[in-house]
Design a protein around this ligand. Structure first.
Ligand SMILES: [Zn+2]
Length: 264
């Protein structure tokens, strides 16, 4: 039976299975209904998905928790010139990092260090943003249909961005500000399944925006699904969370915040 793809709207009879969250992030159970993502979109997604999973902080997440790749191999990737590999024997917490790193001694400790990795600009942020958008559309459709239907008509810019028809970057924030008030998207059994790989996906409706959050243990990514230039939301987070970061960094200028200097 032919159905319409929820991203490109094409009528199709897809044969591929679409994981709402990539298998390489530990998701085995949260799947799209067949045909809701057409084979052509599925192929397009795999390109940015691969980049997001190997060139961003997500490779650290996969390595730390020893989540095997689709092919059953340890995670491997590269962040800003550093080669990152998960443990060959899948031991949790063992990550191999090769390259020049900056270590900063933890205050009050003699043998603990923070590892500083300058990262997450355009090369990785765009594939990550696309991945989060695709997860958001699929998850809302699958688990929160009333929210999906309410905003469906306002998601066209986001769909064009996912499909690469409009490549202007979309701002993304890393911050846990406001995440406690957000609502889990999946159903209970899936929430528990995703917790095994330390991932949560949430949303919140605010005045004129629909915020999606992809949360790992260390980092929360937040994006507004409706607007590229939502200054109220961005200023609110940056004003309230000194640890919040906005990417790509030229958006600091766009939002008139001046460049942010990280203390290192
Ligand atoms: Zn499609």
């Amino acid at each position: 039976m032919d159905v319409n793809c929820i991203v490109c709207h094409d009528l199709n009879s897809a044969i591929s299975i679409e994981h709402i969250i990539p298998e390489s992030l530990g998701n085995k159970l949260y799947l799209c209904q067949k045909g809701k993502i057409c084979d052509r979109c599925n192929q397009k997604f795999s390109k940015f998905e691969k980049k997001a999973l190997t060139l961003s902080t997500l490779v650290m997440q996969r390595s730390r928790y020893s989540i095997p790749s689709k092919k059953g191999k340890p995670a491997s990737g590269e962040i800003n010139g550093l080669k990152i590999n998960g443990d060959q024997n899948f031991r949790k917490g063992f990550v191999e990092i090769r390259g020049k790193v900056k270590l900063i001694k933890k205050q009050g400790s003699t043998d603990l260090y923070d590892l500083i990795v300058g990262t997450f600009d355009r090369d990785e942020s765009t594939p990550c943003t696309k991945l989060f958008f695709k997860i958001a559309i699929e998850a809302l459709y699958h688990s929160k249909i009333e929210i999906y239907n309410k905003y469906d008509g306002q998601l066209e810019n986001l769909r064009r961005f996912i499909l690469g028809l409009d490549n202007k970057e979309w701002p993304i924030i890393t911050s846990s500000f406001g995440v406690n008030e957000m609502i889990d998207i999946p159903e209970e059994s899936i929430i528990n399944h995703l917790k095994e790989s330390h991932i949560e996906i949430k949303f919140i409706e605010t005045f004129s925006s629909l915020i999606f959050c992809f949360k790992t243990d260390e980092i929360c990514f937040q994006v507004d699904l409706l607007n590229r230039l939502n200054s109220d939301w961005i200023h609110n987070i940056l004003n309230n969370d000194p640890f919040a970061r906005l990417y790509p960094i030229y958006y600091y200028k766009v939002f008139n915040r001046g460049p942010r200097i990280d203390k290192q």
